[in-house]
Design a protein around this ligand. Structure first.
Ligand SMILES: [Fe+2]
Length: 301
């Protein structure tokens, strides 16, 4: 039988504001695993279609400790998109989120392209500010897992910065537990409706920043965009958001990764951004990105 995460009562979770003893215990254990070095999360894999038990376990352990892993294919000529589907299945990631610009198989090919109507920054060469994916999705369609595979890097730029939301949770809760309660409030953050040419293509979404997943772990909905985000108007909410933005702005807190061809990120939807980039005449940035309603799980641990 596959070993999958069990359902956990929300009040048992260390992230539940009232559960001080579980938080204390979890925090003690977590302090060993704050900001990773690249070597802490890098896993070399021989065949993405058939991971060895060791490769699978290594990625799962990185995701357990840091919510993220970076893999490196041994054979960088393997670049068929099917490798993303295959990798996901080996971590019980199967329920893909189809979004407005994804391809027919629900995986997005992120590259610079001409766009009609609203311009989506992921398909330009502009910088992307800090966010978790799908923060504008309905609460029952949150993105818990992401795979992003680099087919080809940009000629210059296109660096991703990554940050485990658990680190920010610790900083906020240690500073003021009321910040956590403010960010768990069901009206903490509102994303206005997406309207294109007068047509509502996505309703406004209101919800918390921090949520507890069915397995008891933390989920974060967040965007650092100044426009198009409405924060609940309370001092704790405003101060907590300011603290998050300060934490993200400090490069000593984050892992910077410039994916090379044949490398990819598997993660539990950690906070991330992207620097702007320049494509060459031949060297053009292309990433395959899959978003899942499933978190990273291991069948083989
Ligand atoms: Fe993203």
């Amino acid at each position: 039988m596959p070993q999958l995460a069990k359902q956990t009562a929300i009040t048992d979770s260390p992230f539940y504001p009232g559960n001080k003893s579980a938080y204390k215990q979890w925090r003690e254990a977590k302090l060993r695993f704050l900001k990773p070095a690249m070597s802490d999360v890098l896993v070399r894999i021989t065949d993405p279609y058939r991971l060895s038990a060791e490769e699978n376990a290594a990625i799962a352990v990185c995701c357990e400790n840091y919510n993220m892993a970076v893999y490196q294919l041994g054979d960088t000529s393997v670049r068929d998109k099917s490798l993303v589907h295959a990798l996901g299945k080996q971590f019980a990631m199967e329920k893909l989120d189809a979004n407005l610009r994804s391809d027919e198989d629900s995986i997005s090919s992120l590259e610079v392209r001409e766009q009609n109507g609203n311009q989506y920054i992921p398909y330009t060469n502009k910088a992307l500010s800090w966010h978790t994916d799908g923060y504008y999705n309905p609460l029952d369609k949150q993105i818990f897992g992401i795979i992003m595979h680099c087919v080809s890097p940009a000629a210059a730029g296109g660096v991703n910065s990554l940050l485990n939301p658990e680190n920010i949770y610790i900083a906020l809760r240690d500073e003021n537990p009321a910040y956590i309660e403010a960010l768990m409030h069901p009206q903490a953050m509102t994303i206005p409706a997406n309207i294109d040419s007068g047509e509502v293509i996505r309703q406004a979404q209101t919800g918390p920043v921090f949520m507890i997943k069915p397995n008891g772990r933390l989920h974060m909905r967040f965007s650092a965009r100044k426009r198009n985000i409405r924060w609940r108007d309370t001092p704790d909410t405003q101060n907590a958001v300011a603290m998050i933005n300060d934490f993200l702005a400090d490069e000593s807190n984050v892992l910077q990764v410039k994916l090379e061809a044949g490398q990819g990120i598997i993660c539990n939807n950690v906070l991330h951004n992207r620097s702007g980039f320049t494509d060459g005449s031949i060297q053009k940035r292309l990433m395959y990105r899959a978003r899942y309603y499933d978190a990273v799980e291991s069948f083989k641990l």
